[in-house]
Design a protein. Structure first.
Length: 310
């Protein structure tokens, strides 16, 4: 397989994962703000902090209002962290690699692109937002299901898998760190609503139902963090992603260059336990995990994507 094809498949998957993840976290924060009293809610700028562009956004002079931030995150075509940009980028990367994707996958992705293009602008307002985001998630999940069912298990599939999993780790850790900090820094902290907000964090990472089956209906912060990071059977947990990243690299040539980073990730997770750490220490360790996972993406670019072929 040509390295440029592998790279485009990798980024197709990353952008698809990003679009779905953005949708989930936007819905979660929107619901939380409707469910808790004024003063105990999380600020809209928390979304910008998750994406890592809060300071850039504020410096641009844009208003920190719901409408302005929703437009920035949903329908901006020049913003790398918007849903529409992610869908457009996934489609463009897939368009140039159609020869290695099943026809059904390409058609489904193209339909997602057309749906997003036609509806994103109309979905900034709260009235249409949830309908649009729910349908976008459904289409992303359909795409993931198609790839899982009919994509040939070759290097192309492995780079699709790596794209999904590395993006999932990065986004999940940003969500956990940003929202846990925002919860403790609220203007009026109210323990009565903390469980509700943490339930929203779990929901944003598709883990609320699984957590409830393991721990019950009340959500305790340290339990939630450990579950999202360490639960080996949860597809969106960090431990699950790391295990499957290692599995995807195993058949590849030159895999030895990336194994030290994967081994370090495993060691960091083995030592991690939110119950035994202060809140700042938890955030510091999770950021270290995120940066280590990010280094795997950088190593992949230098090792596989900058050569002529795999």
């Amino acid at each position: 397989m040509l390295s440029r094809v592998a790279e485009r498949l990798f980024w197709t998957a990353r952008y698809l994962e990003r679009a779905e993840s953005l949708s989930r976290v936007i819905k979660t924060l929107s619901r939380i703000r409707m469910d808790v009293p004024k003063g105990t809610e999380l600020p809209w700028t928390s979304l910008l902090t998750i994406l890592g562009n809060r300071h850039e956004y504020i410096a641009s002079g844009r208003a920190s209002t719901e409408t302005s931030i929703m437009k920035f995150m949903i329908s901006e075509t020049e913003t790398p962290t918007s849903i529409l940009f992610a869908v457009n980028s996934a489609r463009e990367n897939a368009r140039t690699t159609r020869g290695v994707l099943p026809t059904e996958v390409w058609e489904c992705l193209n339909e997602l692109y057309l749906f997003s293009k036609d509806n994103a602008d109309k979905s900034v307002a709260r009235k249409n937002r949830f309908k649009f985001l729910n349908e976008l998630e459904r289409r992303c999940q359909l795409l993931n299901g198609l790839m899982m069912l009919i994509q040939r298990r070759d290097h192309g599939y492995r780079f699709l898998t790596l794209g999904h999993l590395l993006e999932r780790i990065d986004f999940s850790l940003r969500v956990i760190n940003t929202l846990s900090r925002a919860i403790t820094e609220r203007i009026e902290s109210n323990p009565a609503f903390d469980s509700l907000i943490w339930a929203g964090v779990l929901e944003s990472l598709a883990a609320r139902g699984s957590y409830r089956r393991s721990y019950g209906p009340l959500v305790e912060p340290d339990s939630a963090i450990n579950f999202l990071v360490l639960e080996p059977e949860l597809p969106r947990s960090i431990a699950f992603c790391v295990k499957n990243i290692k599995k995807a690299f195993r058949p590849m040539k030159k895999k030895s260059v990336v194994m030290p980073s994967i081994n370090l990730l495993e060691q960091l997770l083995l030592k991690f336990n939110a119950f035994d750490m202060s809140e700042p220490s938890v955030r510091g360790e999770l950021e270290r995990v995120r940066l280590t996972a990010s280094s795997i993406s950088d190593i992949s670019t230098k090792t596989w994507f900058m050569s002529e072929s795999l």
